[in-house]
Ligand binder design. Structure first.
Ligand SMILES: Nc1ncnc2c1ncn2[C@@H]1O[C@H](COP(=O)(O)OP(=O)(O)OP(=O)(O)O)[C@@H](O)[C@H]1O
Ligand SMILES: CC(C)(CO)[C@@H](O)C(=O)NCCC(=O)O
Ligand SMILES: [K+]
Length: 244
């Protein structure tokens, strides 16, 4: 049994896995890290490994306290991954993107794959059928778009996600919802269309905090799996153990 922990830029997500089965999922804030992990381990005392991917400000030291109880693995660029990293700056590629690429490679062998993670940032990652990680794109996520409109202007209110009524927003809030939500949806559909021009066939994996909201609004039909990063963390860890 393993406990996987995904430390993003906004929140922390965790899941306990027995083989490929997620037994329970957890979401919490950074300041609750130690307390929450204690609680999870109390509930699942059979956890033998704690596996972490962090793109946030939390470092390996935060997990030292658990090392006398279970095996702690904090993923870095030094680990073995199931793909060839063709990024021109492989050491700056986000660990979350590496884990997503690892999961996509292992779960969908011998095919082109596009992974879209709609989280704090939207990330696009392309891994070709020969398991070459080619790169992708990084853009602001849904909430970041609402927040930046507010933070960098004098007159725009901070709104929370709401589906716009219309493309023609007839008030300040409706104009913001239209711009943020439609912009977000068009961007992603537009990216998928561009990839289709370059690669005839690929599967698309959509994940992240906004995946479900997004999936039903895209022109392209895509299966959303909010748990894909944690599943990938568990699978990439297993791959690492088998190939070290
Ligand atoms: N309770 C919540 N807190 C923050 N964001 C939420 C929440 N519920 C849904 N969201 C949506 O999830 C998005 C953030 O995604 P996610 O939680 O995957 O980010 P994250 O934890 O920072 O992870 P990552 O850094 O890997 O993207 C936001 O754009 C927001 O619209
Ligand atoms: C883009 C984010 C913030 C997405 O979580 C993360 O993957 C990251 O910090 N990446 C580093 C830059 C890169 O991936 O090229
Ligand atoms: K993300």
């Amino acid at each position: 049994m393993i406990l996987t922990v995904d430390i993003g830029n906004t929140r922390i997500k965790a899941a306990v896995f027995e083989g490929n089965n997620a037994l329970e999922n957890f979401v919490f804030e950074k300041n609750e890290l130690e307390k929450k992990i204690e609680k999870i381990l109390k509930k699942f005392p059979d956890c033998s490994d704690l596996v972490v991917a962090s793109v946030g400000s939390i470092e390996k030291q935060a997990f030292l306290t658990f090392e006398n109880r279970l095996k702690v693995h904090f993923f870095t660029h030094e680990d073995v991954f199931p793909f060839h990293n063709k990024y021109a700056t492989p050491k700056t590629l986000g660990i979350d993107r590496m884990i997503l690429a690892g999961g996509a490679t292992l779960q969908f062998p011998k095919q082109n794959r596009l992974v879209i993670d709609a989280g704090t940032c939207i990330t696009y990652d392309f891994i070709d059928e020969n398991d070459n990680y080619l790169g992708g794109a990084i853009s602001p996520g849904l909430r970041l778009r609402y927040e930046s409109l507010h933070n960098f202007t004098a007159r725009l209110p901070l709104l929370t996600l709401e589906a716009p009524d219309n493309y023609v927003g007839n008030s300040t809030p409706q104009a913001i919802h239209s711009g943020v939500v439609n912009g977000f949806v068009y961007e992603i559909d537009g990216f998928i269309d561009e990839y289709r021009k370059q690669f005839s066939n690929f599967i698309i994996i959509l994940t992240g905090g906004d995946a479900e909201f997004l999936a039903k609004r895209l022109k392209n039909t895509i299966f959303a799996n909010s748990n894909f990063l944690l599943e990938s963390l568990s699978q990439t860890y297993q791959y690492k153990i088998d190939n070290d």
